[in-house]
Design a protein around this ligand. Structure first.
Ligand code: NAD
Length: 499
């Protein structure tokens, strides 16, 4: 059985805690590796070593650090297929989708090549007589990133890039469900020229996370995962005096106005609802058609598209639309929620409950489901299902539709499909959600903008990637300087007379 340890001081090392977790191949249901779960002592030792390595890295000319990012981009492109294969094998997503996972992380590393410009600071000449004032952006020291299973390349790269380019050392604690890709990323960082110890990948579970939260050397914690854990980490990290940004779960609504292009809306919904088996924080999980007639037309367009979806293992390459979900527990939870939807009176228009794939009966595959006539009191509406299940809530008016999205506890992403610029503009202005699509179903901002949800989808006040990430991973120091004059008076040849 393959054993996955940690990446410490530039080497793969075995865990010493004696605790491990199974890593599955979700397509077959087999255990394919065991990953070490770090103890507090292992974490504390890795942090102490990172703190030593950070000193020289943080003092380095930012352009040299940017060159490491530049080389990392080349290496990520070189190894794209290898990384994607490692992701698909442990996560289950299709091979093209796994390449997208690497690509969207790589774009943030590209952005980090601009670190010298982003770190330049501010300067006021002659703030007073003979006085200059300048603000510097300095690294925090050792920072930590704690990441979820669903993007094992993208989110670790979103954390590592800005943190390292700003001159910090980073402790990355990836998801224990798919640890191989983050370990490979650490190897690529070393090959790109990152000094040993500046990036430590420590695998683990709650014990490792708590060791991060309680470690006095760690100055900041960036987290992505489910909302209860995001809130827990934010509370404990900030109570311990750390800077923290924690991104949580989602329930993303897409509003379909009567004037929308219904084929375009149906195509968008199928991709955004079922891509990656719904295991995306930006997946659309609620369709809100406005008006009964719009709803009827939408359902009519959706059903054949959903029934035609191909579900299968990543080894089928481009021939599958989505793969299995990550664990047997995730599958059981999705099917339990589907049953609750039926029991609470929603109409199951496409029923994937009996889905089974020949030759992969033990895999964690879940068929596509479509619910109609869902109401806000139902569990399938209130809960993040994180599976291939789309719920339709029929709204009588635009105001009712926008009200639904605004009243939901989550505020990660949303979209409106319409040909009416006035409605789209009103929606974008009023909605209390962090990322908005107008005729775009998954509005993930590009690397040079920032990514972050509102309400219970995000805790903390700065977003991920873009300029906010550089603000999060640096602190500002402002210097006021006055130099005595005198040197300009020239040489003195006589002792001064008593004055
Ligand atoms: P998760 O919350 O179970 O795990 C995330 C991380 O927290 C992992 O590293 C895990 O080891 C750790 N963790 C789990 N339980 C813990 C505990 N009790 N104490 C301390 N640490 C713990 O999330 P997941 O299942 O890996 O990922 C899916 C979730 O992430 C979904 O809710 C999804 O919406 C969310 N997500 C959000 C974003 C975003 O940007 N908002 C992006 C991707 C995923």
């Amino acid at each position: 059985m393959q054993q996955i340890g940690h990446w410490i001081d530039g080497k793969r090392v075995a865990g010493t805690s004696g605790r491990t977790a199974d890593v599955y191949n979700p397509a077959t249901g087999e255990v394919q590796a065991q990953v070490a779960l770090a103890s507090k002592a292992e974490m504390d030792a890795a942090v102490a070593s990172a703190a030593k390595a950070q000193k020289a890295w943080g003092a380095m000319n930012p352009q040299r650090r940017a060159r490491v990012m530049m080389e990392l981009v080349r290496l990520l492109n070189r190894d794209m297929d290898k990384l994607a294969e490692a992701i698909s094998r442990e996560h289950g997503k299709t091979f093209p989708d796994a390449k997208g996972d690497v690509q969207r992380g790589l774009e943030v590393i590209e952005f980090c090549i601009g670190a010298p410009h982003l770190l330049k600071g501010e300067f006021t000449d002659s703030a007073g007589p003979g006085i200059d004032m300048y603000s510097m952006r300095q690294p925090l020291g050792v920072v930590a990133g704690i990441t979820p299973f669903n993007f094992p390349a993208m989110i670790p790269l979103w954390k590592m890039g800005p943190a390292l380019a700003s001159g910090n050392a980073m402790i990355l604690k990836p998801s224990e469900r798919d640890p191989s890709c983050p370990m490979m990323l650490a190897e690529l960082c070393q090959e790109a020229g990152l000094p040993d110890g500046v990036l430590q990948v420590i695998n683990g579970d709650k014990e490792a996370v708590d060791a991060i939260l309680d470690n006095d050397t760690i100055q900041a914690v960036g987290f992505v995962g489910s909302t209860p854990i995001a809130q827990y980490i934010y509370s404990r990290a900030t109570a311990n005096g750390k800077r923290s940004q924690c991104f949580g779960g989602a329930k993303n609504h897409m509003i379909i106005m009567p004037d929308a292009d219904m084929d375009q809306a149906a195509d968008a919904l199928v991709g955004a609802g079922y891509g990656a088996a719904g295991e995306r924080c930006m997946a659309i999980s609620v369709a809100v058609p406005v008006g009964e007639e719009t709803a009827d037309r939408l359902i009519e367009k959706l059903v054949p598209r959903i029934e035609a979806l191909k579900v299968g293992p990543y080894t089928a390459g481009n021939d599958v639309d989505f793969g299995p979900v990550v664990t047997a527990a995730a599958k059981a939870n999705i099917l339990r929620l589907v049953e609750s939807g039926v029991a609470q009176g929603a109409e199951l228009v496409v029923d994937g409950r009996d889905f089974s794939l020949q030759g992969y009966e033990n895999g964690f595959f879940v068929g596509a489901h479509l619910f109609d006539r869902v109401t806000p009191d139902m569990d399938i509406y209130k809960t993040e299902i994180f599976g291939p299940v789309l719920s339709t809530v029929r709204a009588a008016s635009y105001e009712e539709a926008i009200g639904l999205a605004m009243d939901h506890e989550y505020g990660n992403g949303t979209a409106i499909f319409t040909r009416d610029g006035d409605a789209a503009r009103d929606f974008a202005n009023r909605i209390n959600i962090g990322m908005v699509g107008i005729n775009v179903p998954i509005p993930v901002p590009l690397a040079y903008h920032t990514f972050g949800g509102w309400k219970r989808s995000g805790f903390g006040d700065l977003n991920q990637h873009g300029p906010d990430a550089f603000r999060f991973y640096t602190r500002t120091k402002t210097v006021t300087a006055r130099w005595p004059s005198g040197i300009k008076e020239g040489a003195a040849f006589n002792f001064k007379a008593m004055e």
